[in-house]
Design a protein around this ligand. Structure first.
Ligand SMILES: NC(=O)c1ccc[n+]([C@@H]2O[C@H](COP(=O)([O-])OP(=O)(O)OC[C@H]3O[C@@H](n4cnc5c(N)ncnc54)[C@H](OP(=O)(O)O)[C@@H]3O)[C@@H](O)[C@H]2O)c1
Length: 303
């Protein structure tokens, strides 16, 4: 039985991915800031400041999936928060690299999360693809450093894959439950101009892409993970209201209000361009949920 070690496995993506991996017969272990067990999943301990990783975690790992990182949308981006967002992703990858360099048994692949923030928080009609350069705003720089830290693993002869992820739609957390609340109350509305694109991906598809990255040895380098159908914010809210069978009458929330509430982080809500899903589709991945309406219907139906 092969073991998949997931850093930050206790988060929204890791929890769902671990269920799917275990259903496929893999052993899953988490590398976490807390020890113990979550059901049958062992939690190995790591401490980024003390540069500690429980040795058994690395000695048993056939694959590593690196999801750990301070949440990007939880708190305002103070200088301290920006440093934490970067270090929790980059220093954690560097610590893994140092410790893996020391052990004899290397994992077969290192698969790291990244984000479509690589291309920058701007609104344009350009469809960004994997060969485009990084933006020089905060998220662009963060993703660039995050991916560079992952690239180090190639020096050890380890296959390395980076998943530039769009907005993940899941029932268990992230933006969907938050955005659904006002719409369910009948007061949903677009944000700002409503013209910003929202590249999204259903959690099942994202997990499918991670599993493919484990099993398909041809996968190497960077892949965008966003559904082919990429709505604007206005379309997103319209389709959400339609699926929830709720009226949509409220005026858009003014950009200024969002900027006052969220500061620099408001760019996450107010800006967005499309990203291409061509490379991951060409690699043989078939989206289960290519359309937003189907994704909402699946995620918001009472099951
Ligand atoms: N969800 C999305 O829409 C989305 C979109 C694009 C990219 N991503 C990326 O995908 C990864 C996983 O996303 P997610 O939504 O599952 O995130 P999440 O729910 O916020 O979970 C991230 C996990 O990272 C660990 N973590 C949190 N703060 C940390 C810190 N300061 N230092 C080290 N570890 C820390 C935590 O695990 P422990 O408490 O067990 O240590 C946490 O459960 C993230 O890197 C995220 O940026 C997510």
């Amino acid at each position: 039985m092969q073991t998949i070690l997931i850093t930050g496995g206790t988060g929204v993506i890791g929890r769902e991915l671990s269920v799917k991996l275990r259903n496929k017969g893999y052993r899953v272990a988490f590398l976490s800031r807390t020890t113990g067990k979550n059901g049958d999943i062992p939690h190995y301990y790591w401490d980024l400041d003390k540069k500690i990783i429980e040795k058994e975690a690395l000695e048993t790992a056939d694959y590593i999936i690196h999801l750990a990182g301070a949440n990007i949308g939880d708190k305002r981006w103070s200088k301290q928060r920006r440093n934490l967002i970067i270090n929790s992703r980059v220093e954690s990858a560097n610590l893994l690299f140092d410790k893996i360099s020391e052990v004899r048994r290397k994992p077969e692949a290192f698969i790291s999360a990244s984000a479509i923030g690589y291309y920058g928080t701007t609104t344009s009609d350009k469809i960004f693809c994997e060969t485009d350069p990084p933006a020089n705003d905060f998220l662009g720089e963060t993703c660039q450093l995050w991916e560079k830290a992952a690239d180090n693993f190639e020096k050890l002869g380890i296959r390395t894959v980076k998943i530039r992820t769009g907005i993940v739609l899941s029932k268990q957390g992230g933006v969907l439950p938050k955005m659904s609340i006002p719409t369910k109350l009948g007061i949903g509305s677009a944000i700002g101009s409503g013209r910003q694109y929202m590249p999204w991906i259903h959690i099942d598809d994202l997990c499918g892409i991670y599993i493919k990255a484990i099993e398909d040895t041809q996968m190497n380098g960077v892949y965008n993970a966003a559904a082919p159908d990429q709505p604007t914010n206005k379309d997103f809210i319209r389709i959400l209201a339609h699926v929830l069978k709720k009226p949509l009458w409220a005026p858009a929330i003014p950009s200024l209000a969002i900027k006052i509430i969220f500061g620099q982080m408001s760019s996450l809500l107010l800006e967005g361009s499309r990203v291409s899903s061509e490379k991951i589709i060409d690699s043989g991945y078939n989206f289960l949920f290519p359309s937003l309406e189907n994704a909402f219907t699946d995620l918001l139906s009472k099951k």
